[in-house]
Ligand binder design. Structure first.
Ligand code: SIN
Ligand code: FE2
Length: 201
């Protein structure tokens, strides 16, 4: 499947997921959050992150004062639930790789939440893409370079949009500056959910 846009090498598929499919994904995500409740991670500098998160898959992403890493269990000790088939199908559609994702990170942004510029670099196989699915309120997504700083470009990601970091852009710095509160009616209480699919090993 051909992406419609490229933002500094990041492939963007606007509106790939239609409204009924978005609603179905929300059900899947509620199931994940029942099995593995959302938690608020801390940065290695000891600051609470503004997003709450959980994961599905063999690995879940985690951060605290000891640093960023993948855990094989939720911080409570309970196993992460399996990645729902509907989410795996989106990976197959846009990822176009033979390996299956080992982590589906669920990031929940409430009004005021953001994600500072960073690279996704805790994975072993950089030939595997990162597939990112946006649900709920619009988010201002910024993409920079392979090193910190320099020129950046931004786009408002909307509910149902999918972004893929791969190839030369796999290690591009990226982040979310802010949400546009009230821009989507998908989540009854507003906010945004981002799903990030990754091969970890
Ligand atoms: C991330 O980079 O982990 C999240 C990106 C997004 O929320 O769109
Ligand atoms: Fe990221």
């Amino acid at each position: 499947m051909t992406p419609k846009l490229s933002l500094r090498g990041v492939d963007i598929y606007p509106g790939l997921i239609d409204l009924p499919a978005q609603t179905a994904l929300l059900d899947d995500i509620r199931g994940i959050a029942r099995a593995a409740p959302l938690f608020q991670p801390q940065t290695p500098y000891g600051k609470p992150m503004s997003v709450r998160m959980t994961s599905a898959g063999r690995f879940g992403w985690f951060s605290d004062k000891s640093g960023y890493r993948y855990l094989e269990h939720h911080p409570s000790g309970t196993p992460w639930p399996a990645i729902p088939p509907r989410i795996l199908r989106i990976w197959d559609e846009v990822g176009a790789v033979t390996r299956a994702p080992e982590c589906c990170l669920v990031n929940f942004y409430e009004d005021g939440a953001r994600m500072g510029m960073h690279q996704d670099k805790d994975e072993a196989d950089m030939s595997m893409p990162v597939v990112s699915i946006s649900l709920g309120d619009d988010a201002l997504f910024r993409v920079g370079n392979l090193t910190r700083g320099g020129k950046t470009e931004s786009i408002w990601l909307q509910s149902g949009d999918v972004a893929v970091l791969r190839g030369d852009a796999r290690l591009a710095y990226h982040g979310v500056d802010r949400l546009r509160p009230g821009s989507s009616a998908l989540l009854p209480k507003g906010g945004r959910i981002n799903l990030t699919l990754r091969v970890v090993t």
